[in-house]
Design a protein around this ligand. Structure first.
Ligand SMILES: Cc1cc2nc3c(=O)[nH]c(=O)nc-3n(C[C@H](O)[C@H](O)[C@H](O)COP(=O)(O)OP(=O)(O)OC[C@H]3O[C@@H](n4cnc5c(N)ncnc54)[C@H](O)[C@@H]3O)c2cc1C
Length: 335
């Protein structure tokens, strides 16, 4: 097999996985990220990060679940930080119709009653009479995983340049005869005219009272928000889905929705500390399915929408296999 020389542009979850996958296949890898190492990842800094191929199918094209199951398997092989506790979906008693709809729209779950819910999450058993249990889903802490992948790329001999946007003429041309993989997220919009940004707001809370061990979605007719347990008694509350491209401060309405969801799920969050309220902008194509666009020696890997963590490993696998063998794939467009 020919050893490739690959330049990756962008150190979000897509770029880091591209670099990691190629480095572990024995290729030469250099990654450029505009931000510092501590701040790397645009949207990727603000994710959950739930690995939820079945729950996400509720609002996604079928291929997202198909790729997501593969993505989750690749994560589990590569990264020890993945927590495989499954996930839960609950609704207030007045919103049971939402729970029934969610069950119809998704696979991979069991309908459970309040006492089984109490065995899984003792603090929720008395609060919700019914739930959906997705045992084969996982989650992780995104900023730890970005750092883990960065370390792995270095360990495998890759070169990382942080705080360093690549001068346009170099990477556009792939002028050293190598390949260029463009993972700039929304910044690649100039080259991908149908790409748009979808704002997502989130909160990070710290609570010593609340003890939850897996992602929990609380359904509501107006929005569906969730809580993801992180380390050190911290919980990520996410995420709004707003058709806007600014990453400016979180609005009062969104903060009320996020914090209200946490409180409705578990009143113990009433005493939690608010550590962070942030917004990220997810890159998305019109159908919210990611794509790899091959333009000669340059690949553009983009459009992760709500599924960047879930799908990053499988996008990297498809791109690396294409570069090595020319193999086609339904999400790969050769320009
Ligand atoms: C609130 C929220 C919650 C989410 N929750 C989940 C979840 O639970 N599960 C899940 O799977 N997904 C989730 N997502 C979606 C996921 O975060 C995104 O799909 C993913 O982060 C997109 O990754 P990316 O690498 O394509 O883009 P980005 O993370 O935006 O990374 C692009 C990188 O390119 C860099 N860059 C741009 N221009 C240049 C340049 N010229 N030179 C060098 N570098 C450049 C940027 O600095 C940035 O670091 C969530 C998103 C948000 C906002």
């Amino acid at each position: 097999m020919t050893r490739l020389s690959a330049t990756i542009v962008g150190g979000g979850i897509f770029g880091l996985w591209q670099a990691y996958e190629l480095a572990r296949r024995g290729h030469d890898v250099t990654l450029y990220e505009a931000m510092s190492e501590a701040e790397t990842g645009g949207a990727s800094r603000f994710a959950g990060a739930m690995l939820a191929p079945y729950c996400e199918a509720e609002g996604a094209e079928p291929i997202v679940q198909e790729l997501g199951v593969r993505g989750l398997a690749l994560w589990r092989k590569a990264v020890p930080q993945i927590v495989m506790n499954g996930s839960l979906v609950v609704a207030a008693s007045r919103d049971q119709g939402e729970l029934a709809r969610f069950a119809r729209m998704t696979e991979g779950h069991r309908a459970i009653d309040g006492s089984t819910l109490g065995e899984l999450e003792p603090e929720l058993g008395g609060r919700f009479g019914r739930a959906l249990w997705y045992p084969d889903e996982g989650h992780m802490e995104p900023r730890l995983v970005l750092a883990f992948l960065t370390g792995e790329i270095r360990r495998l001999g890759g070169t990382l340049h942080f705080g360093s946007a690549v001068p346009a003429p170099i990477w556009r041309a792939g002028s050293d005869g190598g390949v260029v993989i463009d993972c700039r997220g929304l910044a690649a919009r100039e080259d991908l005219p149908t790409l748009r940004g979808v704002r997502g707001e989130m909160a990070v809370l710290r609570s010593r009272e609340v003890k939850l061990t897996r992602p929990i979605r609380l359904l509501h007719p107006r929005f569906a928000l969730y809580v993801v347990p992180w380390s050190d008694n911290r919980y990520m509350i996410g995420a709004t889905v707003i058709e806007r491209e600014d990453a400016g401060p979180v609005t009062v309405r969104s903060a009320l929705d996020l914090l209200g969801t946490a409180y409705a799920l578990h009143p113990g969050f009433g005493e939690a500390e608010i550590l962070e309220l942030s917004a990220g902008v997810r890159p998305a194509f019109p159908d919210n399915v990611p794509r790899i666009v091959a333009k000669g020696r340059r690949l553009l890997v983009n459009g992760a929408f709500r599924h960047g963590y879930l799908l990053a490993p499988v996008m990297a696998e498809i791109a690396a296999t294409y570069l090595e063998t020319g193999a086609a794939h339904p999400i790969l467009d050769v320009d």
